[in-house]
Design a protein around this ligand. Structure first.
Ligand SMILES: *[C@@H]1O[C@H](CO)[C@@H](O)[C@H](O)[C@H]1NC(C)=O
Ligand SMILES: *[C@@H]1O[C@H](CO)[C@@H](O)[C@H](O)[C@H]1NC(C)=O
Ligand SMILES: *[C@@H]1O[C@H](CO)[C@@H](O)[C@H](O)[C@H]1NC(C)=O
Ligand SMILES: *[C@@H]1O[C@H](CO)[C@@H](O)[C@H](O)[C@H]1NC(C)=O
Length: 362
């Protein structure tokens, strides 16, 4: 009999994960313990189909009968889908609840020079909020021109560069190093001291898990891992360390999704708890709600939102328990021309933001 302690792939990212694995030619047993997500899994399958016997409350022992009879299709553990990236776990909810509202006017024009290369020009005019001590918001009018260049060599490489007239420069790279390993890098440079940022991440996509390692300036390190546990349920965890601020933390996340709904939960040792729920009412309509709890400040914020995707337009919006409402409309006027209307009203802070824009070219 061969017996070994299997240092599972999770070990690198979730320091608390322990996996014991024993096998011989007739049977294999695996015990997985992860106190951080409160999962204990025991399986006693036949070696070639080891994963099939995984179970959530984990006391399944599979008999020969089960071996010959295929398991319920819904619980085919050999063929779990790849989960969505840890950082995007709430993406459906954020789509409705955090529309990218802006204030003033904006015009975006993108022109493709060839298949791979395109240039963009943007003009932004509108008030900018100045940080201040007083409860009143102070705004000063600003105007910017932004020049951008994009290079997309599908499916391997994407490069984006942006230069603003105030001297800010933003560069982004996304590169598929192999089929499963992606490098992403992002840099924001300004001429103000200590305001420049840089960040790079490696994302690895497995058949039913994803992991990411991120490094940023200010000695920022972050690693995350997410694993599909059943076809509809995935669990993940992250650790991060911000050396400059001497802060570290861990976080956990769970996501349950079907064709009709998505529910997520996230907890972090910084004291943040976030829950979200999205109901897809139809192809065109989805409704979202979320709840955020900050244990440090004992603040609770709840919000509800909607997302209507119509043939020519898309309307998103939300209202939250602080009385802040937002709406964001995108209307396709003709091929390659889009009209955008944005409104955000914070009654508590008496802060009102209205914006409209036009985007031309794809
Ligand atoms: C949990 O265990 C019970 C028996 O102890 C079993 O009937 C049930 O199917 C198990 N649940 C899951 C999700 O495996
Ligand atoms: C990398 O591959 C994925 C599919 O695995 C694809 O969706 C993505 O667009 C690719 N990235 C780039 C930069 O083309
Ligand atoms: C790479 O990703 C694909 C899914 O896109 C998956 O089927 C495959 O198993 C992965 N390869 C490795 C080595 O993890
Ligand atoms: C939670 O509240 C504390 C204290 O007000 C604040 O410093 C911190 O930034 C808040 N956390 C988040 C994620 O908003």
């Amino acid at each position: 009999m061969v017996c070994l302690v299997w240092v599972g792939r999770l070990v690198f990212l979730s320091p608390f994960f322990l996996s014991l694995f024993c096998c011989n030619t007739h049977w294999a047993a695996e015990l997985d313990v992860d106190p951080t997500v409160a999962v204990v899994r025991i399986s006693l399958p036949y070696p070639p189909r080891m994963k099939e016997a995984f179970s959530l409350n984990g006391t399944t022992t599979r008999s020969e009968a089960a071996e010959t009879k295929p398991m319920n299709e819904k619980l085919d553990y050999t063929n779990l889908p790849c989960p969505i990236p840890y950082e995007e776990i709430q993406r459906e909810a954020l789509m409705s609840l955090r529309p990218e509202c802006f204030e003033g006017m904006r015009f975006d024009f993108t022109k493709g020079l060839n298949q791979k290369f395109s240039l963009s020009h943007s003009v932004l005019m509108g008030p900018m909020t100045v940080p201040s001590q007083s409860p009143e918001t102070i705004k000063i009018p600003t105007a910017h021109y932004e020049f951008g260049a994009n290079f997309i060599n599908h499916p391997k490489l994407m490069l984006f560069g942006r230069v603003l007239t105030d001297g800010r420069l933003n560069a982004r790279v996304k590169c598929n190093l192999t089929d499963n390993l992606t490098l992403k890098a992002n840099a924001q440079l300004t001429n103000e001291p200590h305001m420049s940022h840089g960040m790079a991440s490696f994302d690895y996509k497995g058949s039913d898990y994803r992991s990411q390692i991120q490094v940023g300036n200010g000695a920022l390190l972050q690693a995350s891992y997410i694993q599909s546990v059943t076809p509809h349920f995935s669990l993940g965890g992250e650790v991060f360390w911000a050396g400059q601020h001497r802060k570290s933390g861990i976080g956990y996340a769970a996501r349950f999704n079907t064709d009709k709904m998505v529910a997520t939960g996230q907890v972090a040792s910084t004291g943040m708890v976030a829950l979200s729920y999205v109901q897809k009412v139809s192809e065109k309509v989805s409704l979202a709600s979320d709840l955020m709890y900050n244990h440090t400040s004992r603040d609770v914020t709840a919000s509800v939102g909607y997302d209507f995707v119509l043939r020519q337009s898309r309307l998103r919006g939300k209202i939250d328990s602080n009385g802040c409402t937002a709406a964001f409309l995108e209307e396709r006027l003709s091929m390659g021309l889009k009209f955008i209307l944005s409104a955000e009203m914070d009654h508590k802070k008496k802060d009102y933001k209205f914006g409209f824009g036009l985007a031309a070219g794809e």
